[in-house]
Design a protein around this ligand. Structure first.
Ligand SMILES: [Zn+2]
Length: 133
């Protein structure tokens, strides 16, 4: 087999990326329960992936779970025993509401304060602006 046909084979083996481009995969939180606390081990590294401030997601979690949360280094400590699947389910909701662009599905977004207590999710990939809570 010559080089060109090897190359063709290699291309054929690649997954089909033509539809909608690369899909963003929501990172999952690595958490465990310790006593009465639930500790998210990879909190800061996941936040870097989704480019969000800790304060915003901490506010979301404390509201959703009705528990106090504290940042301890790279970890986030939720002061109650919680199911890990539930934490990841809520985190998925957070990412879908506050990170992923509704129009193009890309995570290249930021939140802009548009005054009057309203916020906009602004997409850097396609320019879409969506109101968020
Ligand atoms: Zn977009």
């Amino acid at each position: 087999m010559d080089y060109d046909s090897l190359l063709d084979k290699a291309y054929e083996a690649l997954p089909d990326k033509s539809k909608g481009g690369e899909r963003f995969e929501i990172p999952s939180l690595d958490a465990f329960v310790e006593g009465n606390k639930t500790i998210i081990k990879n909190f800061s590294s996941v936040l870097q992936k989704i480019r969000r401030e800790p304060a915003h997601i901490i506010k979301f979690f404390t509201k959703e779970f009705a528990v106090p949360a504290t940042e301890e280094g790279d970890r986030l400590v939720l002061h109650r025993k919680l199911r890990i699947e539930l934490i990841n389910k809520k985190f998925d909701e957070y990412v879908k509401s506050y990170v992923i662009c509704e129009q193009c599905g890309k995570p290249d977004t930021h939140i802009e304060d548009s005054g009057h207590r309203s916020k906009m999710l602004v997409c850097e990939a396609c320019g879409a602006r969506t109101a968020v809570k």
